[in-house]
Design a protein around this ligand. Structure first.
Ligand SMILES: Cc1cc2nc3c(=O)[nH]c(=O)nc-3n(C[C@H](O)[C@H](O)[C@H](O)COP(=O)(O)O)c2cc1C
Length: 383
């Protein structure tokens, strides 16, 4: 089974992960992984930290001569900001530093301090921070190296920032569309709507406030039959939705046309089955590529809804750990991270799909996985 575990604090030395269950002989191009890390750091609305950090992956184990060995892959992203923060993080000097006792609403601060019996909220902030998404992007990028062998493409775009929507229906698996989105500072398709979104972010910044929004993430060329209807925890939608929901700030997920489907007739919501080129297809993709917990061969598409960044200059009423009423404090923070969210969602979806892919086409080496994949594709095409 493909799995990973990560560790590390936002301003600690490094964020690391161990990826276990990855087949041998997969070519890993470190530049591709660093490229994904750089994409996560871009986007209009990010704070000053993104100028300090320029994330790069360090491989500790599991890759030799550019190929995976089949052993656990351990990777690290070192925090450049650590040098500036080491006196706040290193054990022997902590008494010199003021403790954080004012919890920010919308963050893990209060529940984390109560749950872990901490009198310094810094311990919560450091691990609850979305800095952790950098390693999830790295893990997704490693899984993408596997998928390069199977023509799988995973991509995303920004659909909304605050109240401004770019709701046009576009097929993301197209190089021109991809370039337009990548060149946009908001990873949004429409230039005209991008302009309005930029102004909306500027306005929020002037007000000392923040914004959320929505991204669409899609996976192409996923064969029919990943995941299963046989048990709740094998269902693809259960796994992908859970993983996307675990991204910091995400509050809702929609597969395909889920919200509109809930308002329409069954006969309109179903994706009709057609047979073409010796294969089954669907005339529409309202289900977002998942039926009965399994991929159905259509693109897997999810919309991911993010709340506004909770740290604001304006602040909110709160109560400190001594029970005194006060206003939440401000610490260097982003105004809007929806463009980065898209990149994180790609990585998170990529890992979940790789897990389901390797469950179906299990093998210790890339050759074994390919053999199993080819046989299956031949079998279902012949039906
Ligand atoms: C890429 C990314 C960057 C983020 N940056 C910030 C930030 O600078 N300031 C902040 O308050 N929240 C930021 N967040 C959101 C918080 O981490 C998140 O709202 C918080 O941890 C509480 O988690 P929850 O909203 O899932 O309950 C970011 C989220 C992501 C995905």
């Amino acid at each position: 089974m493909l799995r990973f575990l990560d560790a590390g604090e936002s301003h600690g030395k490094s964020i690391i992960a161990i990826l276990d269950g990855f087949p041998s002989n997969v070519k890993i191009d470190i530049d591709n992984i660093n490229f994904q890390l750089a994409r996560r750091q871009k986007g209009y609305g990010r704070g000053a930290r993104m100028k300090i950090e320029s994330d790069k992956i360090e491989v500790i184990s599991g890759i030799r001569g550019g190929l995976t060995t089949g052993a656990p892959i351990c990777v690290a992203i070192n925090n450049k900001d650590y040098e500036n923060w080491s006196k706040n993080i290193d054990g022997d000097k902590l008494e010199e530093i003021d403790k954080i006792i004012v919890p920010r609403p919308g963050h893990a601060d209060l529940c984390g301090a109560l749950k872990y019996e901490l009198d310094d909220i810094r311990n919560v902030i450091e691990r609850a921070s979305a800095r952790e998404t950098s390693i999830r992007v790295a893990i997704g990028a490693i899984c993408m190296e596997l998928f390069l062998n199977f023509n799988v493409i995973i991509t995303s775009r920004v659909i909304s920032i605050g109240e401004i929507y770019d709701n046009c229906d576009i097929y993301l698996n197209n190089s021109e569309v991809f370039s337009t989105i990548e060149e946009s500072p908001l990873r949004c398709f429409s230039k005209e709507i991008e302009e309005r979104m930029l102004r909306e972010i500027d306005k929020a910044k002037e007000l000392g406030d923040t914004l959320g929004g929505t991204v669409e993430v899609s996976a192409y060329n996923i064969p029919c039959g990943l995941g299963s209807y046989t048990s709740y925890d094998k269902r693809m939608d259960y796994n992908i939705a859970g993983a996307l929901m675990s991204i910091q700030g995400v509050k809702a997920i929609e597969f395909g046309n889920g919200i509109n489907s809930s308002k329409s007739y069954g006969s309109k919501a179903n994706d009709e089955i057609i047979f073409r080129d010796n294969n089954y297809h669907r005339s529409t993709n309202n289900a977002g590529g998942i039926e009965g917990g399994m991929s159905n061969g259509m693109p897997i598409t999810a919309r991911v809804y993010m709340k506004p960044i909770p740290t604001t200059k304006i602040g909110n009423a709160t109560v400190d750990l001594n029970g005194v009423n006060t206003i939440s404090r401000y610490e260097r923070s982003d105004v809007c991270v929806v463009p980065a969210l898209g990149v994180v969602c790609e990585g998170v979806m990529c890992f979940e799909l790789a897990k389901a892919f390797l469950d179906k086409f299990s093998g210790d080496s890339l050759g074994d996985v390919k053999y199993s994949y080819d046989n299956y594709i031949k079998r279902i095409a012949g039906r």
